[in-house]
Design a protein around this ligand. Structure first.
Ligand SMILES: [Zn+2]
Length: 458
């Protein structure tokens, strides 16, 4: 390969870097009857992959982790079983989110970019979790609930045209709207209680309801789909405004949230690159280091690695002590083929406050070491990355590959399992965890860890 081709390949690998874990599929299925346990997992997997047929999941950990962490915080605050819920992001710029009765919560990317901070995300999540916990799905008409899911899957599988998509959304909305007014009030009331037990701003509930109201008024194509708006939503907003103590008539202003801005930049650069460039370009022209970093994120996701590196350089120049900017610059330099520069910047990032806990820095240093043929150093970096960010599926996958070249095959299977699980491949995950158990089952610590992982699959 030419130098340019190599650089291009590295760039492609890195821009999608943490988003894609190529070839995570497990070994081919064993030729035998699946156990009952496996059939249950298979069903769950099928349900998820049917939805994924036309609406591929977004696995970018920088996005998915934030959604999962926010959901996890609410679940912990209310003492709910965390592993009963699974959070997914569907890669379509549509303003919607929905929940299955058994706790699978789906967000479309369009819903995420519409939200202005994590408190609004927490508001939507708390509301959805409230419907599940209050048993509303058991109380609504069974036909409505059972009718909506196959309709949803069938429509999704039948094609991806906008007309079909709107049909899908209509089915989803019908499903959601089948909650009674009382149930919606109860979910609002409960979600406020949940949010008050977390560190999130309860006013985010108002912002999230305003988004629901907007979704009711607009179809995905922007044309009004309802002749009349739903007065209940406006009433619910007023009730919540009173409940959170927002003085009447005072508009709700969403609070700034830099971590969420980054998520929005990542998604918008995929969903609507021109819009992302406009929004974040304008912010960078008048802003400081942080805004340059955000524009760099947009440029990197659009594939303009050189332009991204320029923005990251400006960010680092403006705030040399900010570890995130150093990690971003290191990643871009690596994509441009400047291994020495990348390494220097990433190692600098690790010494900065907060930088030592950067899983991405450790992961990228692992990639650098692997490219340089230093396998053991690479393995240690990947291992550190998985410790720092247990949700980083790509780190688990690379660690598993590295371990499979050593006698630590059981550990390799465990990390293959984790990588598959994090990407929604539950059947593959279970198979790998079982193989890990064959190797490591006699070690009490590993046996417990594997048992917990298998339990999570149920
Ligand atoms: Zn609701």
């Amino acid at each position: 390969l030419s130098r340019a081709a190599l650089a291009l390949r590295r760039a492609a690998a890195l821009v999608l870097a943490l988003a894609l874990a190529g070839g995570c599929a497990g070994a081919p299925p064993a030729q035998r009857e699946p156990s009952r346990e496996e059939r249950d997992v298979l069903e769950r997997q099928q349900r998820v992959s049917e939805l994924g047929g036309e609406f591929p999941f977004l696995w970018d950990p920088e996005v998915v982790d934030v959604v999962r962490a926010t959901g996890g915080e609410i679940l912990r605050a209310v003492g709910a079983q965390e592993d009963q819920y699974h959070f997914y992001v569907l890669d379509k710029p549509v303003l919607n989110a929905f929940t299955s009765p058994n706790g699978d919560v789906f967000f479309f990317t369009g819903q995420l970019t519409a939200m202005r901070n994590r408190s609004e995300l927490a508001g939507v999540l708390a509301h959805e979790i409230a419907h599940v916990r209050a048993g509303h799905y058991e109380r609504i008409s069974r036909t409505a609930a059972l009718g909506a899911i196959p309709a949803m899957a069938a429509i999704i599988l039948s094609g991806g045209s906008l007309a079909v998509l709107e049909g899908t959304l209509a089915a989803l909305e019908a499903y959601q709207l089948s909650f009674s007014r009382e149930m919606e009030s109860e979910a609002d009331r409960l979600s406020l209680v949940y949010i008050q037990k977390t560190g999130f701003d309860p006013r985010g509930l108002i912002g999230s309801l305003q988004l629901i109201e907007k979704a009711e008024r607009l179809s995905p194509s922007g044309a009004p789909s309802y002749l009349e708006t739903h007065p209940e939503t406006a009433e619910r907003i007023v009730t919540l405004e009173n409940a959170v103590g927002l003085p009447p008539g005072e508009p709700y202003h969403p609070a700034a949230d830099p971590a969420w801005d980054r998520v929005r930049a990542i998604i918008l650069a995929r969903d609507s690159p021109e819009e992302a460039l406009r929004e974040f370009g304008a912010r960078a022209r008048t802003g400081g280091a942080f805004e340059h970093d955000l524009l760099g994120v947009v440029e990197a996701r659009r594939g303009n690695v050189a332009a991204a590196a320029e923005q990251f350089r400006l960010a680092v120049a403006g705030a040399p002590g900010e570890a995130q900017f150093a990690v971003d610059l290191g990643g871009a330099l690596w994509s441009l083929g400047d291994a020495a520069g990348a390494r220097a910047e990433l190692e600098r990032a690790l010494r900065l406050p907060g930088g030592g806990s950067s899983a991405v820095a450790q992961f990228l240093l692992g990639e650098l070491q692997r490219a340089a043929g230093r396998k053991e150093e690479a393995r240690a970096r990947y291992e550190r990355a998985t410790e720092l960010a247990p949700q980083l599926s790509e780190a688990h996958y690379q660690l598993a590959l590295a371990l499979s070249e050593t006698p630590r095959l059981g550990e390799a299977d465990f990390h293959f399992g984790r990588a598959a699980e994090l990407r929604g491949d539950y059947v593959g995950a279970m198979r790998s965890y079982r193989r890990a158990r064959e190797h490591l089952g006699t070690d009490p610590l590993w046996a417990a860890r594997i048992a917990a992982a298998l339990k999570h699959m149920e």
